[in-house]
Design a protein around this ligand. Sequence first.
Ligand code: NDP
Length: 453
Amino acid sequence: MADYDYDLFVIGAGSGGVRAARTAAATGARVAIAEDRYLGGTCVNVGCVPKKLYSYAAHFHEAFTDSAGFGWQLPQPAQFDWATLRDNKIEEIKRLNGIYGRLLDGADVRLIHGRARIVDAHRVEVAGETVSAAKILVAVGGWPWIPDFPGKEYAISSNEVFDLETFPKRFLVLGGGYIAVEFASIFNGLGSDSHLIYRGELFLRGFDHEVREFTRDEMMKKGVKLHFETTIESVEKQGDALKVSLTNGEVLEVDALLAATGRRPHLQGLGLDKLDIELNSDGTLKVNDRFETSIPSILALGDVTGAPELTPVALAEAMHMTRVHFADEQATALDYDNIATAVFCHPNIGTVGLSEEAAREEFDAIRVYTADFRPMKHTLSGSDERCLMKLIVDDASDRVVGAHMVGEDAGELIQGIAIAVRAKLTKADFDATVGIHPTGAEEFVTMRTPTRR
Ligand code: NDP
């Protein structure tokens, strides 16, 4: 690969790009990476990390209320200061940006600030320089997409919501996916009058139906106002407020409108249109299981390829790409089955494997085990929050093929269960596991009688 300036030129220093650059460099490859915005990409700057910090902030609200039954007396009402949260978050992100920079530096990866344009199969133009590379990796991620409606310019996306100048006392989110339910919960917890608008009859399409219904009920109990089977007709600005007219005739007045209607590949200005690179029908870059596009020296991974838009997926792809292209391994294709995921709505959702509906399609007979209970903490807190745990078992093999939870720290818990599901353990293995008492998690090993078949 010595005829080129670099062995690998990465475009985009997000989760996938940085991991690819570092792991490739560790094999001895000469690597450069270009980034025009911020180190760490969506996850660190306007995604997972700040979202989780804001979710923690929102949970305090309930914790203060819950504490009274345990004997705590706090000044009421507790005061929340948005600027403190926002500015502390900004400092923490700066710290993480610095860590990413040092990681690249320590790995001997050259960082170039600027938007790169691919000139041909082996050349990239960035910051006034033309650089050649044996392989070019596109890891530019996605960008929020907002549908058209009159007044669309008043909507913000997840790129802006973290840094609002003033706290929105009345908050509205359009969409029914991850970002919508998470932010409806976060702003509700922080004290906003929070509304969610979704075009279908029930949000979180693709998740287990019982999980979706349970989440709907719990979010409503917490005060989030859910408007299903409607969407935005128009938005007008009235002073500092937004008047949002819905297709069902309702009119809402709010201080901020977040559109959480999905993301699109962030390909503008990359020059790919001139290269005739093959795309999938949704506009993402088409790659094979070695992450090669239709031009084999141009690779792509992460959100830009239409893989599940999750940081750990991009990280796994990056490490796999390095194995295949730089460690000379005849690696088999990356396994995308049983990727666990969490949704940080309140209460949280954790899920791995098949939904009940998907399992019914795939197997002749299944057993479904459910536990729907009031967590012990709430016997004294007085909260009416409930918890749902659910296992789906293939009857013929006794294998647990799906595990779902809605409740406090569901993601933390399902991460462990995901190992068992991935390892193809059976319900008998779950039953033979002695529980940890007193926890909610022990329900996962003590559900003995199927709820239905
Ligand atoms: P999602 O794809 O999850 O959801 C998009 C939502 O917008 C869906 O409910 C969709 O409805 C709706 N929608 C799409 N088009 C329109 C339209 N024209 N009018 C009205 N509604 C519309 O995208 P998000 O933006 O929520 O998040 C992007 C991705 O980021 C997620 O898919 C996820 O992979 C990732 N993410 C992961 C998180 C986590 O791991 N906790 C957190 C946040 C994001 P319908 O279902 O009917 O198509």
